[in-house]
Design a protein around this ligand. Structure first.
Ligand code: EPU
Length: 336
């Protein structure tokens, strides 16, 4: 176990905000986690569990305990004619997990290549990209209830997944800690190439295969999204708004080329990037924070930014989109 006082959180937020926590604890087993939860260390203190902090924005130093999982094992726990069930510890780096599935020829996770973060957060956040959401692969989520230190296993249904949503972000926010996730993968991969021009991009690189899809997606992401090691950021800053069909049709009659994705008979999803782009935010900078020039959904730390500065720019963007389109943008990033 690692326990450190007044610890820097620079390594635990991809925005690169220079803040500290009163106490940082990294545990390596479920038993260690239970021991921490029932100890003096955390009693009565504010507590936050983080992964790699790729979806967090710290607004100030954290007065409390930051917990992190050091559980990094991956095991095949069940196999049928068609599927494998793989259990990954919450501290496994998400993209290491994807690389492992692709190397073994198991399909399902390849479209989610290079998403920053760890396995535990994947199940809380329902990460998604290129037409796939992690909920499509999750069989079960193993957790510890914080108040009782007891184990509880959630089925996929019980997690109540939606676009970037789960029960762990809503009703049970701050109540459970994910310890491992069991993913169901296909032995005979079913390729998901329907997103925009993905299939064309993949075919340009050769025959369709898990490896080719992974490499293509990595190249697409690297061309659009800034590397947090070079330019601090937390990926998409806002969620893509899901709007009632009628509102979408009104926007479409005014802007015939507006991009959109079908959600249901009554709702459409519109890329937040399009609204932000239309409001001419691309490449703009306020203080130490900028709007990424290749993907305006990403806000970047140009060096030395504070959380408050990021919020200020985010609010200016929200106001301008609201004023021009009547659309509310909601942050995907969690303010702490
Ligand atoms: N667009 C513009 N201007 C731009 C960029 C994009 O108008 O400068 C419009 C275009 O019409 C484009 C559309 O936005 O077709 C969608 O852009 P993109 O394919 O880059 O995807 P996104 O909707 O902006 C979402 C996820 C990303 C994920 C990509 C690919 C959310 C909030 N974001 O972005 O996830 O990688 O799709 O599937 O759903 C993340 O969550 O951190 C993340 C990067």
């Amino acid at each position: 176990m690692i326990i450190s006082k007044d610890a820097s959180l620079l390594g635990f937020n991809t925005f690169g905000i220079d803040v500290k926590t009163s106490l940082f604890v990294e545990y390596n087993t479920v038993d260690e986690l239970k021991a921490v939860l029932t100890s003096e260390m955390v009693s009565g203190k504010r507590m936050l569990h983080v992964g790699s902090g790729s979806n967090l924005l710290f607004l100030s130093d954290f007065d409390g305990v930051i917990l992190h999982s050091g559980m990094r094992t991956i095991n095949l726990i069940e196999e049928t004619d068609e599927h494998v069930f793989i259990e990954a510890g919450s501290g496994v780096v998400w993209d290491d997990f994807v690389a492992y599935t692709v190397e073994n020829g198991w399909g399902g996770a390849e479209n989610l290549s290079l998403i920053p973060g760890e396995v535990g957060a994947s199940a809380v956040q329902n990460i998604g990209a290129y037409g796939v959401e992690v909920k499509d692969l999750i069989a079960k989520v193993k957790t510890i209830e914080i108040s009782t230190s007891s184990e509880r296993i959630f089925s996929n249904d019980e997690c109540r997944y939606g676009y970037r949503q789960s029960i762990f972000k809503q009703e049970f926010k701050g109540k459970y800690i994910v310890t491992s996730v069991i993913y169901k993968l296909d032995k005979d991969p079913v390729y998901q190439l329907g997103y925009q021009h993905l299939e064309d991009e993949v075919r340009k690189n050769g025959d369709v295969s898990l490896k080719n899809i992974r490499e293509t997606i990595i190249a697409v992401r690297e061309s659009k999204l800034p590397d947090p090691k070079i330019l601090g950021n937390a990926g998409s800053f806002f969620m893509n708004p899901v709007v009632p069909k009628q509102q979408f049709l009104e926007l479409q009659s005014e802007y015939p080329t507006i991009p959109h994705y079908f959600v249901s008979e009554s709702e459409e999803k519109i890329p937040a990037a399009w609204f932000i782009d239309q409001c001419n935010w691309k490449g703009k900078q306020l203080g130490h924070v900028g709007v990424h020039d290749k993907q305006p959904l990403v806000l970047v730390n140009k060096g030395g930014a504070t959380g408050q500065e990021v919020v200020h720019l985010a609010e200016e963007i929200q106001k301008s989109v609201k004023k021009r389109f009547g659309i509310e943008l909601y942050p995907e990033v969690n303010y702490i």
